[in-house]
Design a protein around this ligand. Structure first.
Ligand SMILES: *[C@@H]1O[C@H](CO)[C@@H](O)[C@H](O)[C@H]1NC(C)=O
Ligand SMILES: *[C@@H]1O[C@H](CO)[C@@H](O)[C@H](O)[C@H]1NC(C)=O
Ligand SMILES: *[C@@H]1O[C@H](CO)[C@@H](O)[C@H](O)[C@H]1NC(C)=O
Ligand SMILES: *[C@@H]1O[C@H](CO)[C@@H](O)[C@H](O)[C@H]1NC(C)=O
Length: 538
């Protein structure tokens, strides 16, 4: 058996340089964004800008971005940036932009009115300059601080009445609901768009979060969303105009046979968004085999929203997330499945959510946010492992821009690590995505070969429980199961082995493929890998 030759240091250095450039490339944009087919791009250069956002709620009763009683604004912005996010989806209630009694209320008055005296003391200590600002000015201050930290902003009209969102019958769900008059909504969107004209980090406006409830219907969706889009564009031609779907933004399927009709030439500003949570499909995850459920739900997601990408419309997964305590089995499986989908499609996205806690949510002071990245006291990160997983999809894998021909990155959604080769041992290992310099090709022969390696070294299975190494190109690999997330090979005796993460969490081994039957208790995540089409930025 021919031993593969070690790759030259020169190539490694080149790739490291590419990576550095690549990392830099994923930084926040400064100018307006536009779209080019399904991609969001820098409007001037046409180069892809991937939105890797975190949701930062500012729409609850106090109408102040959460966390400012616990940590200085600038510290939070810097943490967002240092976690690798280039963007925040900042939520706001409509009345902040339409009702003077809300917008001109000071932060102190707002918190005082809600009896949140500890929070006032906290804001006094951490953000004294904000305390006596009117709420609208405090909102602007947050956007400006994010700008100073090179973080882009999507302004998301989350609800009309300040408060936790969303219920089907809360009067905020659809046009003509009690608190959702279309004219007032358009006025609020116009005010907000105009207010942030010239704020170059405000790159998009999400017209309305999670439409829902008994009144929702497709005709009104077209009627008012088109009006809203035109109004925003008229007031601020720089921002992306982002439209969400029906049924709590889970459904955009009506766009299959009826396009959005906009009269002005801003086709390159139009973007769609959708939400995907595990709890909506809780019983499916609880009762079904994880491979079957993942496959089935992904097909549903494609029918309801993902088809837009295939039709070259930009689509943001603007809310997804899970209980970061990690104790919810259903959500854990959902999240690996969703992460694999987001990686494979190289989606723009916004994680729900940033907060460790809320000033006041649903009547509870200092409400814990188990889905939040920050610790309860906002001093640090709650779960580095989950952050690592998000970081694995922050950088663009491909898209318009100066790129070399494609290759494949092999990502393990459960860890957020990718498969690379240890040059001295020639064994496969899991690495942080930033250090994954190996460029795999999935050949017609179903081998996984390393690109640009004249000796044609490939991923080679050694047998059950054995480490996977780089060797001659003989092992054929095929995706298996309804999820297509198992990477399997057939051994001579007819058994199928699958790639799996070894017990140390870093090595890659082959073991009998698991969870292919209808067993719902079986957890396949150790064997879930996704082959992501990628390019190299130059
Ligand atoms: C392979 O890499 C070498 C540098 O190590 C480079 O000179 C050569 O052009 C590359 N070949 C291809 C086909 O990319
Ligand atoms: C699109 O809008 C324009 C202007 O409002 C209108 O004239 C046209 O009929 C509309 N087209 C469709 C397909 O609805
Ligand atoms: C690579 O392999 C060498 C030799 O087996 C080992 O000493 C080293 O720790 C490995 N490095 C990584 C990153 O796994
Ligand atoms: C596929 O396999 C054949 C025969 O083993 C070999 O000649 C050919 O080069 C392989 N092609 C690729 C793309 O690996």
């Amino acid at each position: 058996m021919k031993q593969p030759s070690p790759r030259s240091t020169g190539l490694l250095v080149l790739l490291l340089l590419l990576c550095l450039f690549f990392a830099d490339h994923a930084a926040a944009a400064t100018g307006p964004l536009g779209t080019a087919s399904r991609w969001i791009v820098d409007d001037k250069t046409g180069v892809r800008v991937k939105l890797a956002c975190v949701n930062w709620p500012s729409h609850l009763k106090p109408v102040l971005a959460e966390g400012l009683s616990k940590s200085p604004l600038d510290r939070i912005s810097k943490m967002i940036r240092s976690m690798g996010f280039n963007c925040v989806r900042l939520t706001w209630p409509l009345f902040l932009a339409t009702d003077k009694s809300v917008s001109s209320r000071t932060v102190r008055e707002s918190f005082d009115g809600l009896g949140l005296h500890d929070a006032i003391a906290g804001i006094q200590a951490n953000n004294p300059k904000l305390l006596d600002l009117p709420l609208i000015q405090a909102f602007v201050a947050v956007v400006e601080n994010l700008a100073a930290n090179d973080v882009m902003v999507i302004l998301d009209n989350h609800i009309s009445t300040p408060g936790w969102c969303c219920h089907g019958n809360d009067g905020n769900g659809f046009f003509w609901d009690k608190y959702f008059h279309p004219d007032l909504w358009i006025q609020g969107l116009t005010n907000m768009a105009a207010l942030f004209k010239g704020h170059t980090n405000v790159v998009g406006m999400s017209l309305r979060n999670e439409l829902r409830g008994g009144r929702e219907n497709v005709d009104d969706w077209y009627k008012y969303m088109q009006l809203g889009a035109e109004a925003v564009h008229a007031a601020n031609g720089d921002v992306l105009v982002i439209l969400s779907g029906l049924k709590f933004d889970s459904d955009l399927s009506f766009l299959v046979d009826r396009e959005v009709n906009i009269s002005f030439p801003f086709a390159n500003k139009l973007v769609f968004e959708f939400h995907w949570y595990g709890f909506n499909d809780d019983s499916e995850w609880a009762n079904g085999n994880a491979n079957d459920v993942c496959g089935r739900i992904v097909r549903r997601i494609i029918m309801q929203a993902g088809f837009l990408l295939e039709r070259n419309f930009p689509l943001i997964l603007s809310e997804f997330g899970l209980d970061l305590r990690g104790t919810n089995t259903n959500e854990n499986r959902y999240f690996s499945c969703a992460l694999a989908y987001a990686a494979a499609n190289d989606m723009d996205w916004a994680f729900w959510a940033l907060p460790g806690s809320y000033y006041l949510r649903s009547g509870i002071v200092d409400h814990d946010e188990t889905y939040g990245l920050m610790s309860f006291d906002w001093s640090g990160i709650k779960s580095q492992p989950h952050l690592t997983r998000l970081q694995s999809i922050q950088k663009p894998f491909r898209g318009p821009g100066p790129m070399l021909p494609g290759h494949i990155t092999i990502l393990h959604p459960l860890s957020g690590l990718c498969v690379s080769v240890n040059d001295s041992s020639q064994l496969l290992v899991l690495s942080d995505v930033g250090r994954c310099v190996d460029r795999w090709t999935y050949t017609r022969n179903q081998t996984l070969s390393l690109n640009n390696d004249s000796s044609s070294s490939c991923m080679a299975a050694g047998g059950e429980g054995k480490e996977v190494r780089l060797a001659e190109c003989q092992t054929r690999w095929t995706p298996l199961s309804d999820s297509q997330l198992h990477v399997s090979t057939k051994m001579e005796d007819g058994t199928s082995l699958c790639l799996e993460v070894g017990g140390d969490g870093r090595t890659v081994v082959t073991n009998p493929c698991r969870c292919l039957s209808s067993d719902s208790s079986c957890d396949p995540q150790g064997q879930w890998f996704v082959l992501v089409n990628a390019g190299d930025w130059v």
